[in-house]
Design a protein around this ligand. Structure first.
Ligand code: SF4
Ligand code: SF4
Length: 314
């Protein structure tokens, strides 16, 4: 189950199992510890087995090449809880998307995920309980983050949070430590996304839908059956490859990077300054003005690409 590239710390579980008396005490401690290690936001939920991948896949991306290996993922029921961690990405670096600095920021956030989740797992083992740190592997991060009350799913197919919008990466730790779960939240993302469509307009591969939510996926890579906006992840992936110079079409590339445009342009993606907190509060509490807020976001020039020069001069 363990991500192959992450240090997972000492595997021993402490013999001195701490009795918290009440799962809410354990949740409070674990959340505080995750924040101490560098998490930006953190929530807790039960491990819903619908979000666990059926198979793991070992990718032959490096020589010596070998046949891809598939293994069934089987997580016993006693792994009951998940600590879900959001790691903020730098606002100005993401503003350069789809360019070098945003790509570097994405990679940097993945590195932080490894440190935070591995450290937290080692800490929980020190309390006398099992814990495994996970990145994108083993289980879908976004549904778990929604269950843990961190945010809602946006039109762009990613998690939108009240604090950071979509500007974060997600990792998680599964554990048998008894924890109190958080509840899913609704702060108006559905209605806002219905009117906004900014990410759909500014997606370079036109992978994000303009139309209403459906139950049907767009490609074989989608998982149909949920009522949501389905992103054509294959178009998105192809753009990442082209933009990273990893495909024949590389000569058409804009830069040597991946893409974070659907994070960059989202009106929820703002630094947590006082003025932006007021704007987010207004968007949450006056849905009848959502169309106006989107137009205002455009009129004020938010979401435009920041040049590399301006990023470094700032
Ligand atoms: S990452 Fe870029 S290409 Fe992919 S969906 Fe978002 S904006 Fe489109
Ligand atoms: S850019 Fe607009 S439509 Fe897209 S996810 Fe953000 S709020 Fe929703």
């Amino acid at each position: 189950l363990e991500p192959t590239c992450w240090p997972t710390g000492p595997k021993e579980i402490s013999d001195n199992k701490i009795d918290f008396g009440n799962p809410s005490n354990a949740s409070a401690l674990v959340k505080k510890t995750a924040l101490f290690y560098g998490a930006s936001i953190v929530g807790v939920c039960r491990l819903d087995h619908r979000w666990i991948y059926s198979d793991s896949y070992e990718s032959p991306i490096k020589p010596p090449y070998f046949e891809p290996k598939h293994k069934k993922i089987d997580i016993p029921d006693w792994w009951k809880n998940v600590v879900v961690i959001g790691v903020e990405e730098d606002y100005n670096a993401i503003r350069t998307s789809p360019n070098h600095e945003s790509g570097t920021e994405t990679a940097l956030a993945y590195s932080k995920m490894g440190f935070i989740a591995s450290s937290l797992a080692a800490y929980i083992r020190g309390l006398g309980y099992q814990a495994i740190p996970l990145g994108n592997d083993t289980a879908l991060s976004i549904p778990l983050a929604i269950d843990a009350g961190l945010g809602q799913l946006g039109r762009n197919g990613i998690l939108i949070t009240p604090e950071l919008g979509p500007r974060l990466r997600i990792c998680k730790v599964i554990t048998n430590l008894p924890l109190e779960s958080d509840r899913p939240i609704d702060f108006g993302v559905d209605d806002f996304c219905t009117k906004c469509k900014k990410c759909a307009k500014l997606c370079p591969s036109q992978a994000i839908p303009y139309d209403d939510k459906t139950f049907e996926g767009k490609t074989v890579s989608n998982n149909p059956g949920s009522h949501k906006w389905y992103v054509d992840v294959e178009k998105c992936d192809l753009f990442w490859l082209v933009n990273s110079g990893k495909k024949q079409e590389a000569q058409k590339r804009i830069s040597v990077s991946d893409c974070s445009n659907c994070i960059r342009v989202c009106p929820w993606n703002k630094p947590n300054t006082r003025i932006h907190k007021i704007a987010k509060w207004s968007a949450r509490n006056t849905p009848m003005l959502n169309k106006f807020f989107t137009q205002l976001d455009d009129a004020l020039g938010y979401g435009k690409q920041l040049s590399s020069k301006d990023f470094w001069d700032k």
